[in-house]
Ligand binder design. Structure first.
Ligand SMILES: *Cc1c(COP(=O)(O)O)cnc(C)c1O
Length: 503
């Protein structure tokens, strides 16, 4: 029978693992989940109204009862790892707990049902909220102006670099290059290349950070910007950040900050004060929006005054009468980046998060996130190889070097962690560390939770020595065993075909 437990097989959490067919396979003609009220307006002749635009080839949508739909999606949800189920230490992604209060706020009907094309007069509250959020983010980042429009960190990078390009075009300076340290996230060189810039990689030093000497050697007047992440993706604070900014500025260049790691700095230090000219923030990471599986994000960009004329439009503004309006009159703007005004649901959640924590609470987040990462590092030192063994910020990077003698790889470790109920950390990144495991515990974890995770990693290191085959075969306790990742990437089957058709 559909939905029967799979012979009592336990999933990672120890519960039942449900077998669940596709929703299309459960469909039965005529079954329905809701009764629509009878039509109380005159019926129109659709064919006469729509003419040739009337489609007859309707898609075969599944037909199910309400309980079937609810059980289907609830069962599917039990197959997923989630922040609400346990530690999700996916480095660089800041998978912190997302307080339910944010969800409550984002669902308030006045916000949730607002239409992107609503006249400003009808959504004054929403505009005020956007205006205030821009102010909060400017304050937190130490910048002058903010746009909330970009729908992800990567789109924020694109926006920031478009503004940088517009700035140099305006000055009549042909600049062709963007410098990117070798620890950078892949989106950084991609965003620069997408903007027509030549990307030049700058090597970080033996201590994992960028050194002024290396930057000086690469810096000249053809460089539009240095794109830097601080703390960087090794979880290390860029000690020379102020001097690096001075070197770039001395040649007329600008500094782009990838703010995905802002969680480490919240309320403690401000990128704007370090000399950065433009940065994006990942609201879905730092300011707590659920974002596993590539769900919606928000990547506001904060700029210093020099780049303000180029900000995307429309911009929310407060008039002398205290009313809010969208303004389009910015002749040098890079234009619109989003069909609406950004992913407003994420903005609401970030706003609720910032207000509910307050300035002191945000600072405590950063302090706890940094403490937690360093605690893990301290517990794992010895059993695991630490490529950069120095105090870290919000995340720490281990490597599989100590396990190599037993033939166990980082991928094996990641898969084994699933057996223990953990989402694996980020692996094989940053590229400067062979076999990297990049762990970001975030501030959400209790001491007991951190200890359980450290004990698990120590146990896995022990298993690697005693029983490498156990790790090669992991995961053992999930619905699906290890997938052939190469085939999944090279020959993905992305379309479901009904059985009659495929037969
Ligand atoms: C997540 C991340 C990005 C990209 O952000 P998205 O919102 O996923 O587009 C860029 N840089 C770093 C360091 C990141 O961790």
């Amino acid at each position: 029978m559909s939905g029967a437990p799979q012979g009592g097989a336990a999933n990672a959490a120890g519960g039942l693992a449900y077998e669940e067919p596709l929703i299309f396979e459960q469909s039965r003609p005529g079954r329905r989940g809701a009764e629509l009220p009878r039509c109380d307006v005159p019926e129109v002749d659709a064919a006469a109204l729509l003419g040739e635009n009337l489609r007859e080839d309707l898609p075969a949508l599944p037909e199910l009862s309400e309980v079937e739909v609810v059980r289907h999606f609830t069962r599917l949800s039990t197959w997923n790892a989630a922040v609400d189920l346990g530690l999700y230490p996916l480095g660089s992604c800041t998978m912190k707990y997302n307080p339910k209060l944010n969800e409550r706020v984002a669902r308030l009907p006045g916000f949730a049902w607002a239409h992107p094309l609503s006249p400003a007069a009808e959504v004054q509250g929403l505009l005020e909220l956007c205006f205030e959020l821009e102010g909060f983010l400017a304050e937190i980042s130490g910048m002058d102006c903010v746009t909330l429009q970009p729908a992800a960190g990567a789109q924020g990078e694109l926006a920031g670099l478009m503004m940088i390009r517009a700035h140099f075009e305006q000055r009549g300076e042909p600049r062709s290059k963007v410098l990117v340290p070798d620890t950078a996230h892949g989106t950084n060189p991609a965003s620069a290349a997408l903007n027509g810039y030549q990307v030049q990689t700058v090597a970080s030093g033996a201590d994992g950070v960028l050194h002024p000497g290396a930057l000086k050697a690469a810096m000249d007047e053809t460089v539009a910007a240095l794109m830097i992440t601080n703390p960087n993706t090794l979880g290390l604070f860029e000690d020379h950040i102020a001097e690096l900014c001075e070197i770039v500025h001395a040649q007329g260049g600008l500094v782009y900050g990838d703010g995905a790691n802002l969680n480490a700095l919240l309320g403690v230090a401000r990128p704007g004060d370090m000399g950065l000219d433009v940065m994006h923030m990942n609201l879905h990471k730092t300011f707590s929006t659920p974002h596993g599986g590539g769900g919606p994000g928000a990547g506001p960009v904060a700029v210093k005054r020099v780049l303000a004329p180029y900000l995307p439009t429309p911009r929310v503004q407060r008039g002398p009468d205290g009313r809010f309006a969208w303004r389009d009159d910015a002749p040098h703007s890079i234009g619109r980046l989003h069909g609406g005004h950004g992913n407003v649901g994420m903005l609401l959640r970030a706003y609720a998060y910032i207000l509910s924590l307050g300035a002191a609470g945000l600072r405590r987040c950063a302090e706890a996130a940094v403490l937690n990462a360093n605690y893990l590092l301290a517990r794992l030192r010895g059993a695991w190889h630490l490529p950069y063994d120095r105090p870290v910020m919000h995340e720490c990077v281990l490597s599989d070097r100590a396990l190599q003698a037993s033939g166990v790889s980082t991928l094996d470790v990641a898969k084994r962690l699933i057996d223990h109920g953990y989402h694996p950390p980020t692996i094989y990144f940053p590229l400067t560390v062979p076999g990297a495991l990049m762990i970001e515990p975030t501030e959400s974890e209790s001491l007991e939770g951190l200890d359980r995770f450290a004990d698990t990693l120590l146990q896995i290191a022990e298993e690697a020595r005693r029983d490498p085959a156990l790790l090669h075969g992991a995961p053992h306790r999930t619905r699906h065993r290890r997938l052939d990742e190469t085939r999944a990437a090279r020959k993905p089957v992305l379309r479901w075909t009904p059985q009659e058709e495929s037969a």
